[in-house]
Design a protein around this ligand. Structure first.
Ligand code: NAP
Length: 321
């Protein structure tokens, strides 16, 4: 859908940190509106989602090893195209509703505007609000890449997803079910009902039950937990089964010993994944859990809420406009 864009002013309200640290570093202040570079667009942000762990990553504070403060956090967003950079290829027009991911070594979307490379953008799913659309790009695109591009899941295959209630896992359960797979998910007990509601055919409470009691029962395992769970997963895969890990590459020697295909990747810019996720969201059947929303003005409190335990499933989202 195309809405009339408003011309970008020279400055904007942004959440910024001038020193590396935690939520206490964030101030709401005026900052220059970024200039979209070659092959980039400027997006007027409506909602920006938080990845709490980003404050611990070097990439969030440095580029090529050099301090890049002041920094703007939040790297997933939903909004409208406000300006096109030189050589933007015509994929998007002013006013288009878009969603996407800002590279982690650039200023993020906790601001009225963000500049983003075209490859990091997709069309916002029609009928999905900005808050929910902002919660999709990182977790849902990772789940789609893991299951479709890397594990090549086919209808009727048996798929085991570890951490089915997590950020990536909850979308993985739904995407695998949409692909026609027979889905089993492991969870920790309080999350059982939530994951059963996402379309998992079987939910295993990993705190009370072993997931590896049925022998070599699965065609695909997607592991979002790691450690011992990853090591034990080799033994539940059928010969030539695919084991996708998100935390660290599966051990190649164990893979050979079990005749399993080991797979690991790091999520990257992927318009095809964003398009596929948008198509699924437009069916109206994708559950997009939102843990909490905060206005941009309460951005510091939003980041501080990451210390709460336990946290409800889903993203914490800043409402910018
Ligand atoms: N390679 C990539 O491109 C990529 C992309 C995205 C994420 N990741 C990585 O993938 C991992 C998962 O990310 P995420 O955002 O989905 O994390 P998350 O939201 O913390 O999800 C992990 C889930 O697993 C649950 N869990 C913990 N131990 C378990 C066990 N033994 N059995 C079953 N469930 C268990 C957690 O429950 P509790 O919350 O109760 O502990 C949580 O629901 C992280 O390490 C992240 O860094 C990698």
């Amino acid at each position: 859908m195309t809405a009339q864009p408003t011309a970008a002013p020279p400055t904007m309200t942004a959440l910024r940190a001038h020193l590396r640290g935690g939520p206490e570093q964030f101030e709401l202040e005026e900052a220059p509106v970024p200039e979209p570079g070659e092959g980039e667009v400027l997006v007027e942000v409506h909602a920006a989602a938080i990845t709490f762990a980003e404050l611990d990553w070097d990439l969030s504070w440095t580029r090529d090893g050099a301090d890049r403060t002041p920094v703007i956090p939040s790297h997933e967003f939903s909004g409208t195209v406000a300006a096109l950079g030189p050589d933007a290829d015509g994929t998007f027009q002013l006013g288009d509703e878009v969603y996407g991911l800002v590279p982690f070594d650039r200023d993020g979307a906790a601001a009225q505007y963000v500049a983003v490379p075209l490859a990091n953008l997709g069309r916002k799913p029609v009928g999905v609000g900005h808050v929910q659309a902002a919660a999709l790009p990182l977790a849902a695109a990772t789940a789609w890449q893991a299951l479709v591009r890397h594990a090549r899941v086919r209808s009727a295959e048996r798929v085991l997803i570890h951490g089915g209630a997590g950020g990536v896992g909850a979308f993985a359960v739904q995407i695998a079910a949409a692909l026609g797979a027979d889905v089993t998910a492991t969870v920790l007990e309080p999350q059982r009902g939530f994951v059963a509601g996402l379309g998992a055919h079987r939910v295993i409470d990993a705190s009370a039950e072993d997931f590896d009691g049925d022998g070599r029962a699965y065609d695909v395992v997607l592991d979002t937990v790691g450690g011992d769970v990853l090591v034990r997963s080799f033994g539940v895969l059928r010969p030539r089964g695919r084991l996708v890990s998100l935390q660290a590459p599966p051990d190649p020697e164990l893979a050979t010993a079990h005749d399993v295909e080991p797979l690991f990747f790091v999520v990257g810019p992927d318009p095809e994944a964003l398009g596929a996720v948008a198509a699924l969201a437009e069916t109206g059947r994708l559950v997009i859990p939102i843990a909490a929303t905060f206005p941009l003005a309460d951005g510091r409190a939003a980041y501080a809420s990451g210390a709460r335990s336990p946290r409800p499933p889903g993203k914490t989202v800043l409402i910018v406009r």
